[in-house]
Design a protein around this ligand. Structure first.
Ligand SMILES: Cc1cc2nc3c(=O)[nH]c(=O)nc-3n(C[C@H](O)[C@H](O)[C@H](O)COP(=O)(O)O)c2cc1C
Length: 198
């Protein structure tokens, strides 16, 4: 396995997937990584709804919006849709607000864990929550925070240095390019404004 830093650096959001299915036991393992993430006051308000059934998958897919900057070029192509989803739910009887940090920690655990298994992912908050609630019978006491779309990757996005725009783009060969701000632009050493040359 690649070392952990390299793994994190190589992870990119994936929106085109191979048809190969993800077994339920792997989804369960990923949910376990979400469950074990840090949680403010250890309240653990999150639950994880796993979807890999073909019919249910189609219903979830209908409620997702992809890659707004390049719409519709970032949509999964027919036959390249995700093969599984993890819907992140918040139990409002445990926590109604201030749960977002917990979601972030759990989602990233799942995303990185998936990546170690060769599974690509896209974290989505542009989702039709009413449609998902109906399709998946989610009770009103749960907030639907976000959806992790999963599958074996059928694309290889690359990162680029930020040059004035955060908007990702696809080139003529359909490779997705993702600008990232430079390390020296986002790091300060010991006092604000003291820069490090990387
Ligand atoms: C909280 C969150 C919500 C996101 N929502 C969406 C979404 O609704 N649709 C989508 O296609 N991508 C979504 N993304 C993926 C981002 O577009 C992606 O992370 C960003 O372009 C950087 O690319 P990278 O993940 O490859 O570094 C989301 C990412 C995060 C962290």
């Amino acid at each position: 396995m690649e070392d952990f830093f390299t793994l994190i650096k190589n992870r990119r959001t994936i929106r085109q997937f191979q048809p190969e299915e993800i077994p339920t036991n792997i989804l369960l393992e990923l949910a376990d990584l979400g469950r074990l993430a840090p949680s403010a006051s250890n309240l653990q308000p999150l639950e994880f709804l796993l979807v890999n059934d073909q019919t249910v998958r189609q219903k979830v897919f209908a409620g997702l919006r992809w890659a707004a900057y390049i719409n519709p070029a970032g949509n999964p192509k027919p036959g390249q849709e995700p093969t599984a989803y993890i819907v992140i739910l918040v139990n409002t009887e445990i926590r109604k607000e201030g749960y977002q940090h917990d979601v972030g920690a759990s989602a990233e655990n799942i995303i990185l864990g998936a990546f170690t298994q060769g599974i690509g992912s896209c974290w989505l908050i542009s989702i039709d929550r009413d449609r998902l609630r109906n399709a998946l019978d989610i009770p009103e006491k749960y907030l639907i925070d976000s959806v992790l779309a999963l599958g074996y990757p059928a694309e290889k996005p690359v990162i680029e240095d930020f040059k004035g725009s955060v908007k990702y783009w696809k080139d003529e060969t359909e490779v997705l390019h993702v600008p990232k701000r430079k390390l020296e632009e986002v790091v300060h050493l010991n006092r604000y404004g003291q820069r490090i040359k990387n």
